[in-house]
Design a protein around this ligand. Sequence first.
Ligand SMILES: Cc1c2[nH]c(c1CCC(=O)O)Cc1[nH]c(c(CCC(=O)O)c1C)Cc1[nH]c(c(CCC(=O)O)c1C)Cc1[nH]c(c(C)c1CCC(=O)O)C2
Length: 358
Amino acid sequence: MEYSNKNFPELKNDRLLRAALGKSVDKVPVWVMRQAGRYLPEFQEVRAKHDFFTVCRTPELACEVTLQPLRRYEHLDASIIFSDILVIPQALGMTVEMHPGVGPVFPKPLQTPSEIDGLQPEGAVSRLDYVGKAITLTRHKIDGKVPLIGFTGAPFTLFGYMLEGGGSKTMSKTKEWLEKYPKDVHRLLCLLTNVIIDYVVMQVESGAQLLQVFESSADHLSREQFTEFSIPYLKDIRSGVRAKLTEKSLEQVPMTIFAKGAGHSLDIQAQLGYETIGLDWTVDPTEARKIVGENITLQGNLDPQDLYKTPEEIKTLTTEMVKKFGKHRYIANLGHGITPQTPLESMTVFTETVHEAI
Ligand SMILES: Cc1c2[nH]c(c1CCC(=O)O)Cc1[nH]c(c(CCC(=O)O)c1C)Cc1[nH]c(c(CCC(=O)O)c1C)Cc1[nH]c(c(C)c1CCC(=O)O)C2
């Protein structure tokens, strides 16, 4: 049955959206990056039967794994649609496979700047309509319990994967291109930016209530490189989404920028128009607040590795973190995605403690 993107069930828990917009909350909202993932046995069960991108492309399966963490953890205040940032390179015509134990693999990564012309931005967003369908279905099935977050990779991070052909410790090819072919790099980042804007606007049209932009590879960039190769595009995405939503008479949604490893540039990030800035665990909450001021929400930032500690230690660390951030304009999360071997109990302790901390 086809679901409509109108008449969604009424939202019962709006803590996440209130915090993102700077309104008061009864409790600090909490969710976890990669909360639908391999640490959950019920996710593993689905993955044993279906290839990773088949789950992304099948709305019923994507919806099911999106809902799994909510069934297990009653304290979660948000869901994030199950998908991947690399569906964009796929929609541009590149092949991306997910190899268990390895991660994403591009059999034919970009090799020369002239190959940028072979990408197919026309029609890319309509080739991603399965994400919209998954979002619409999930908004109905979630029954207003918590808001649904949509997301995208940011241009620089996507460019890095398209060039390296997968995850890379050094990003040496990417860095070589930044030096050798800056004009072509900017051309590609621009192409990605335009697709990303239309893609996340489609997600909002389909039912996404908040958008997060993942600049996960920012940790490879100096402040100068981040300023040249990431910031202008992050800015264009924020203003482009705002303008297109207005143009389409769609409601505005709050947006989060999570630039991992870019704690050196919080002052610049605060100028981009995003309601929320995500922090990794290397950033001190008090320092971050001083830099970004009072009018931006902060999200983060417990070290995912801390979830391997004892429940008592997790409780102490989480309480300390929440107290440092405070109740105003704060969304509790980890400083990066939850890792596969994390004990199930740790998530209970983490999410429960956030709600009890202040
Ligand atoms: C860089 C990046 C990717 N994907 C993503 C990022 C940005 C966030 C980050 O930095 O962690 C984003 C992402 N990927 C996934 C989600 C789903 C929603 C959620 O957060 O629960 C989200 C938001 C599912 C996934 N994406 C992936 C899995 C595990 C793969 C599997 O099931 O086999 C999941 C649940 C695979 C993936 N996908 C990607 C990598 C590098 C890997 C392999 C490494 C890893 O597994 O952590 C690309």
